[in-house]
Each structure stands twice: as C-alpha cells, then as structure tokens.
Design a protein around this ligand. Structure first.
Ligand code: ADP
Ligand code: MG
Length: 282
C-alpha cells in the first residue's frame, strides 16, 4: 500500500511540475516509506505476539502449578481417608469398650479435619485471581480473623494487641482477605508456643494502607524467609501443611499488595503488608 500511495503521489507531482526522472528520487520516495512502514508493522506484530505469548505462559504456569499440586494433594487426602476407613472397619468388626470407641472416633475426626484443611487451602489457591471486588473494612475483618484465632491465642498464652487506625477501606474479595490473614496470624501464634505478644497494627500513609502483624515468637533465618511460600515448606512436621503462606502470598498478590518480612531468630517476626487499592474517598 505504501508503494502504491508513494507511486500515485509521484504521478500527482507531475501535474503541477515536471516529471521526476531522477532514479534516486524514485528510489527514496518509493522504497524508503515502504521499508519504514514494513518495519513498523513488523515491530507492532512482534510486540503483540510477545504479549500474547507472555499471557499464555502465565496461564500455563498456573495450570502447571495447580496440576502439580493436585497430584500431591490427592495423596495428602488419601492418607487421612485411609486412616478413617481403617477405624470405621475396626469399629464394625468388634465391640470395643466405650472408651476405645471414643478414641477411634476422635482420631478419625482429627484426620478428617486435616483433610478438610488441605482442601480449603488448595481451593483458595486454585480459584481464579479475583471473583469479587467488595469494600473491605480492614479493622472489622481483622477483628473477625482474631476472633476465629482467639482460642489458639489463649491456648498458647498469647496476648493480642490491636493498634488500628479507624475507617480504612480497601477493595478486594472479603473472604479471601480473611483467609490470607488467618493463615498469616495463625503462623504468628504457632511461633509462640510459650506465650508472647501478637500485635496487629494498621495505618495509612498517602494512598497506601499498611497492615503490620508482629509476633514475639521463634523468628526465622534468612534461608527460612527465602523459602516462605514454597508449597509444602514447613518446619512443623506432621502438624504443618506448608500451604498456608503460599495461599496468603497468592491472595495478597492478587489484591496487588506487597509483603515485606523482617525476622530475627529468638526475637520475633514482622509481616508488613502494603495495599494501594484503597477506595477513593468521595
Ligand atoms: P505451616 O504453617 O503449615 O508450616 P506455612 O506456609 O503457613 O505452613 O508456613 C511455612 C513455615 O514458615 C512454617 O512452618 C514456619 O517455619 C515458617 N513461619 C511462617 N510464619 C512464621 C512466623 N510468624 N514465625 C516463625 N516462623 C514462621
Ligand atoms: Mg501456617
């Protein structure tokens, strides 16, 4: 098209002036625009392709992670199911004393709870990034999270201190926000088996909303911090799933939040989360 328009232009010039006979002029007027527009369209096409490929890669990445996890998680769920099945069979075979029966049932329920926990963690991870954009009243939701975790705090002898700035609102999925902070704060409580203090602080600077969760627990080494969020990374043996932080990070990232971790072994850990998707005040 550029060749044709350049050619027509050259012909039109002859109407008002003399025909152009210099070969250089023909060369530059017809070839250079054509080459340039060719180059430009080629670049645009390349950029577009790269963009599409990158999007596809991100999706493939997620699918791969999910399918990889599915296999591992099926395995993780099969174990408790086998245990429960075993106990049910035992209960059916013989008439055990009440006490023994109760013990069997307790273990079975514990195993089922664990399976449920694994499935819950996994579902929060596998679900698409955002379903809902609702207004999250930060202090209200954090209070709910702390209520859920209160029994654990009491059990570990942990004092919970709240330092909220009131009226902070961000946009995102409310139940995911809670899930993310339950995982995060639960870790803090679990890091203080012999008591301590958990401080939850919120404040705002400019357009950024800060949430700080600080514990006076075991703390982590640099290496532990680096591995945080890796699937199945846990230092809690059978008690841990190693999925909690992975879920928390994926939720916070989906809400375009940033996490900064400071920790000292034996002193404690601070998670500093920054959200900038706050609601514009009208
Ligand atoms: P889980 O709690 O099931 O072990 P997580 O993904 O929630 O799995 O946490 C992974 C690991 O990170 C924990 O096992 C623990 O070693 C470490 N960790 C997380 N939060 C803290 C914290 N506040 N203090 C000390 N260690 C922590
Ligand atoms: Mg955890």
């Amino acid at each position: 098209m550029t060749v044709i328009t350049s050619f027509l232009l050259m012909q039109m010039v002859t109407v008002v002036s003399e025909p152009i006979i210099h070969p250089e002029a023909w060369f530059s007027f017809i070839l250079i625009p054509a080459l340039t527009s060719g180059l430009v369209s080629y670049s645009i096409e390349t950029i577009r392709q790269t963009f599409i490929i990158r999007q596809r890669l991100a999706k493939a990445d997620k699918i791969e992670a999910v399918s990889h996890l599915s296999a591992a998680i099926s395995h993780e769920i099969r174990n408790p199911l086998t245990t429960v099945k075993g106990f049910l069979q035992l209960l059916g075979e013989k008439d055990y004393p009440e006490e023994k029966k109760k013990e069997f049932i307790d273990i079975a329920v514990q195993e089922l709870n664990r399976a449920e926990e694994v499935i819950n963690d996994f579902l929060t991870f596998a679900r698409p990034a955002f379903e809902k954009e609702e207004q999250i009243e930060v202090d209200k939701e954090l209070n709910q999270v702390l209520n859920v975790l209160n029994p654990l705090a009491n059990f570990n002898g942990v004092k919970i201190t709240k330092k909220y700035s009131s009226g902070l609102v961000i946009l995102g999925d409310r139940s995911k926000f809670k899930q993310g902070f339950i995982n995060l704060i639960k870790n803090g409580l679990e890091a203080m088996p012999n008591g301590g203090e958990l401080i939850v602080q919120t404040f705002r600077t400019g357009t950024v909303i800060h949430i700080l969760v600080r514990d006076t627990g075991l703390g982590m080494t640099e290496e532990q911090i680096a591995r945080l969020g890796e699937p199945y990374y846990t230092t809690k043996g059978q008690q841990g799933t190693g999925l909690g932080m992975m879920v928390t990070f994926s939720i916070i990232t989906a809400m375009r939040g940033k996490v900064e971790i400071k920790s000292q072994v034996g002193i404690g850990t601070t998670f500093h989360i920054r959200f900038s998707n706050l609601l514009d005040e009208k």
